[in-house]
Design a protein around this ligand. Structure first.
Ligand code: F6P
Length: 522
């Protein structure tokens, strides 16, 4: 049985939400914040994670209606279908089972009648043994030297996930240096290899299809570079692949023993939990890689089992729908207060926008409501000195996720205090703003009474700008896994509510086709 097919705007909840929106659209977060126990009532704690969503333009009634919407479109049924391996990626005829990659239970998950758990375990063992060999130096290059550098060649989901995680877990990394090459722009690969030694470099070619123009071009280029000093018999020591297309991998010249599996039931942008994450395991070691998977599994279980009104991904998805579909907000910002997470917004752009950037519903009809949000962002505090001006005083409503950590990794507590003061300062400034009266008395007190007439309107902050505070104890592989899985489930929830197919990406095809036509005509 496939996913249900319900236009959200035809539900009772949607109608009620529309009239509720008209009643409360002018509410102010500043007033809401005065409610007794507002913070407690609009916060969710899940082990090392605290999500405070009290600074949103919502009441208990808003939340009840949004939850009712999730119930009316039968989100529960969709969750069951995803986790159990039904073909919910209907347009591609595929199951969507990235959650199976991190499941540690014995419960079988069937694809075409066959339990996939054993092949997942075999792949994990292969990742472990290979990573251990390379990290320990047992795996040697063609002249007998240790491997010092890893180059991941891939694009989209075969690049963004591993790249983001390797960067985010830099603190936990070993002696290997990991590079990522993705763009077909030859300057990218040239820069990446210019200081590398072919004797000590290992290339990990990641491509589910092994036909992607960028990845194949870059792989051919590095192979030619490698063969300037080595022979084709040395390729097995320096090239490994992650792919479903064994024939193409063979043709490239990679030893079958050096191929790690990928499966059609894992979408590219959700694949870092598979062997696509090999560079992660090489960079931080298999135990940390497992930690990442374990954190994701915890979030999976939370998402699967928790009631909607206490379910973190569901709540964040519903809030996003509230702003997207009722307030007409077009974008959302993701603002991590950790320099390690600087690549998270890029990663989320693919995960969110390639998934939910769809204008046709599950009936094949053009939707008559807004879908996929535009997501963007950067790290705090850097972005405070860049685009935050617009978020504070511009004309657009931009709900924001502030991601923070109670502790820093190196323990410079004075720095961390400042970082987190900024984190909370921004949240409060957005929510509460600064009134005319406050600006007036500030100017007066600072001896600038003469400037009140000319400056006052420019110094006012309207406030009432919503945000979520997503706070973890500490950045670890485990908490990162949880965070990524949180967004994955938010994406899924929104796709279900918008009645679209989140797991295909036909929108990327036309440009590729036209580029190929142009190339062939040259
Ligand atoms: O850009 C489209 C896309 O199919 C992504 O979804 C995918 O992550 C990327 O290309 C790379 O594909 P492959 O792993 O097959 O090279």
């Amino acid at each position: 049985m496939s996913l249900k097919n319900i236009n959200p705007t035809t539900t009772n909840a949607w109608k009620e939400l529309t009239s509720h929106f008209n009643d409360i659209k002018n509410i102010n977060i500043k007033d809401l914040d005065k409610e007794t126990n507002r913070k407690e009532n609009f916060s969710l704690k899940f082990d090392d994670l605290l999500v405070d969503y009290s600074k949103n333009r919502i009441t208990k009634e808003t939340l009840n209606l949004l939850v009712k919407l999730a119930e009316e479109v039968d989100l529960k049924d969709a969750i069951e279908k995803q986790f159990s391996g039904e073909i919910i990626n209907v347009t591609e005829g595929r199951e969507v089972l990235h959650t199976a990659l991190r499941s540690t239970t014995d419960a079988p998950i069937l694809v075409e009648g066959k339990n996939i758990k054993p092949q997942i375990q075999t792949a994990l063992r292969k990742i472990k043994s290979f990573s251990n060999k390379v990290i320990s130096g047992k795996w040697k290059g063609y002249t007998g030297k240790f491997i010092t550098d890893i180059v991941n060649i891939g694009i989209g989901g075969s690049d963004l996930g591993p790249d983001m995680v390797v960067e985010s877990l830099k603190y936990y990394k070993n002696h290997l240096t990991t590079h990522f090459v993705s763009n077909v722009d030859g300057d990218h690969v040239s820069e990446a290899i210019k200081n590398l030694d072919p004797e000590t470099t290992l290339f990990v070619i990641v491509s589910k299809t092994f036909t992607t123009q960028e990845t194949i071009s870059n792989s051919e280029t590095v192979k030619n570079w490698f063969l300037k000093s080595a022979t084709i018999f040395d390729i097995p020591k320096h090239f490994v692949a992650v792919s479903t297309n064994l024939e193409a991998v063979d043709n490239f010249g990679i030893d079958r023993n050096n191929v790690f599996p990928m499966w059609n039931w894992v979408g590219g942008r959700f694949s870092l939990w598979s062997a696509v994450g090999l560079s992660i395991s090489l960079s931080v070691g298999f135990d940390h890689y497992k930690g990442l998977l374990a954190g994701a599994e915890e979030m999976d279980l939370h998402f699967k089992n928790e009631d909607f009104d206490t379910n973190i991904p569901v709540i964040l998805a519903l809030l996003s729908i509230w702003y997207n579909n009722f307030y007409g907000a077009e974008t959302e910002a993701v603002l991590p207060y950790s320099q390690y997470l600087k690549k998270l917004p890029d990663y989320l752009q693919q995960a969110i926008m390639e998934s939910n950037g769809k204008g046709v519903d599950r009936n094949g009809n053009k939707v008559n409501y807004q879908t996929g949000t535009i997501v963007w962002g950067s790290t705090g505090t850097n972005m405070q000195h860049a685009f935050m001006q617009l978020v504070h005083q511009g004309t657009k409503l931009i709900p924001a996720d502030f991601i923070g950590y109670k502790e820093s990794l190196y323990g410079l507590t004075a720095h961390h205090k400042k970082l987190m003061a900024n984190y909370y300062g921004q949240i409060d400034a957005l929510a509460f703003g600064k009134t005319k009266e406050e600006v007036h008395s500030e100017l007066k007190l600072s001896g600038n009474e003469d400037k009140i007439g000319s400056l006052l309107p420019f110094k006012v902050f309207e406030g009432n700008r919503p945000s979520n505070a997503i706070l973890f104890d500490k950045l670890t592989p485990h908490s990162l896994g949880k965070l990524i899985a949180l967004y994955e489930h938010k994406i899924f929830t929104q796709g279900i509510l918008w009645n679209i197919y989140s797991y295909d990406q036909f929108g990327v095809e036309l440009g590729k086709e036209l580029a190929n036509k142009l190339l062939n005509n040259q």
